[in-house]
Design a protein around this ligand. Structure first.
Ligand SMILES: Nc1ncnc2c1ncn2[C@@H]1O[C@H](COP(=O)(O)OP(=O)(O)O)[C@@H](O)[C@H]1O
Ligand SMILES: [Mg+2]
Length: 249
């Protein structure tokens, strides 16, 4: 569960370029809910995600993850709960290394130093089993280098890597923004599949209203650092795509 309680984030406080990116925002996301966040540029969407992830701290207010107050804990401490995926599908992977080695690196990054990730064969099997979830046939190509895959395939694998260990929260900041429509669709379907399979609590920021309509079970519209609309899963299921376009414009 994610709890954001009356959180404000002011950048450059007291300076000429002071900006209130998030304004007295409160939001509760129960476990296993998949929330889609939409809103115009500069409305505070990424800042909200950064606050939850701990890559920036709130000016005031509280953030709790699974009931634990994390206001002052930095992102690397919160990585125990949180996995993140960003716009650029390349940023999370090494193109010259094989799929398998990329998974190995990802696993090592989040494990305490010195901890083994299992024998080569056992790890390979584990990775293959996970990749099979994607239904892309890549489980038989784990020795292929990452750079030879399409943007969509890479981003789908990045998503999978990010949820390999025990983390229960997935934060996605426009993961399809740099992709062609087909790859974007693949990534969106992968995200949905992983959220279900691993019972994740997830937040997706997107500019794509169609995606907002088709994926997730709650929609939040942000404007000027605040939540303007919040459609529960029930409200969302009664929502028409045209309504959403109307709210958005
Ligand atoms: N690190 C930062 N320093 C200063 N201002 C920032 C910083 N990050 C975001 N902002 C400002 O905060 C506001 C919200 O930005 P952001 O959260 O990135 O919006 P969105 O993701 O909805 O486009 C914008 O005015 C942006 O310029
Ligand atoms: Mg943003």
């Amino acid at each position: 569960m994610i709890e954001v309680n009356n959180v404000t984030k002011i950048f450059n406080r007291g300076k000429a370029n002071e900006v209130t990116a998030v304004k007295q925002l409160s939001l509760i996301i129960p476990a296993q809910e998949y929330v889609v966040v939409v809103g115009s540029n500069g409305s505070g969407k990424s800042t909200l995600l950064n606050l939850i992830a701990g890559s920036t701290f709130a000016t005031s207010g509280d953030i709790k993850l699974d009931g634990e107050l994390v206001n002052r804990s930095p992102d690397y401490e919160r990585s125990r709960w949180i996995a993140r995926v960003f716009q650029n599908p390349l940023s999370g992977t090494a193109p010259d290394l094989s799929i398998l080695d990329n998974f190995r690196l990802a696993a090592l990054r989040t494990k305490p130093k010195g901890l083994s990730i299992g024998t080569t064969e056992a790890f390979k099997k584990l990775v293959q089993d996970k990749i099979a979830i994607l239904g892309m046939g890549l489980e038989n190509k784990v020795q292929q280098t990452m750079g030879t895959l399409s943007g969509g395939q890479r981003q789908a694998l990045t998503l999978l890597m990010s949820v390999m260990d025990e983390c229960r929260i997935l934060l996605l900041d426009e993961p399809t923004a740099a992709l062609d429509p087909r790859s974007a669709d693949l990534v969106m379907r992968t995200a949905e599949e992983l959220v279900k399979t691993f019972k994740l609590t997830a937040i997706l920021i997107t500019h794509n209203l169609k995606d907002a309509f088709n994926f997730g079970n709650r929609i939040i519209l942000m404007g000027e650092g605040q939540i303007i609309k919040d459609f529960s899963s029930e409200e969302k299921s009664n929502l028409k795509q045209s309504d959403l376009f109307e709210w958005f414009s």
